[in-house]
Design a protein around this ligand. Structure first.
Ligand code: SF4
Ligand SMILES: [Zn+2]
Length: 131
């Protein structure tokens, strides 16, 4: 499993955007948890999203996951991601206006073709460690 600290650049920015959306979603849907925490299910989703970002074959050139032709998420996680985005997307503008606008602009970018080999964050990190 990848850790947030292992991400950088666009991948880290995107992870933080997902985390902000999950926080909005969790706060509204899972009220039985201690205040200012994320419930176990939402945390598990975030950990999963972090690993997907770390392994994303597009690396720093990734499209938004919503527009991705590969879509590496397992079907139930993909569905869960859709649910979170649908709820939290329109609620992002007030607490996180810059993130919300950047995400909307990214959604309009052309979808890249097949990813080049060895561009994932995980791959580049391992190659660096082996140097
Ligand atoms: S492969 Fe596609 S769905 Fe998976 S993390 Fe990369 S952009 Fe998102
Ligand atoms: Zn939750």
């Amino acid at each position: 499993m990848a850790e947030r600290e292992q991400l950088n650049g666009k991948l880290l920015y995107e992870f933080n955007t997902v985390a902000a959306m999950v926080e909005i979603y969790c706060k509204a849907h899972h009220k039985d948890k201690p205040k200012h925490t994320t419930c176990d299910d939402c945390q598990a989703f975030l950990d999963y999203a972090c690993t997907r970002l770390d392994r994303c074959p597009y690396g720093q050139n990734k499209p938004t996951c919503n527009n991705c032709p590969v879509h590496c998420y397992k079907p139930h996680m993909k569905e869960h991601a859709r649910e979170i985005m649908k709820f939290a997307g329109p609620r992002m503008l007030l607490p996180h206006p810059i993130r919300a606008i950047k995400h909307l602009l990214a959604e309009r970018q052309p979808v890249p073709g097949k990813p080049e080999q060895g561009q994932s964050n995980r791959h580049l990190r391992k190659a660096k460690q082996a140097d």
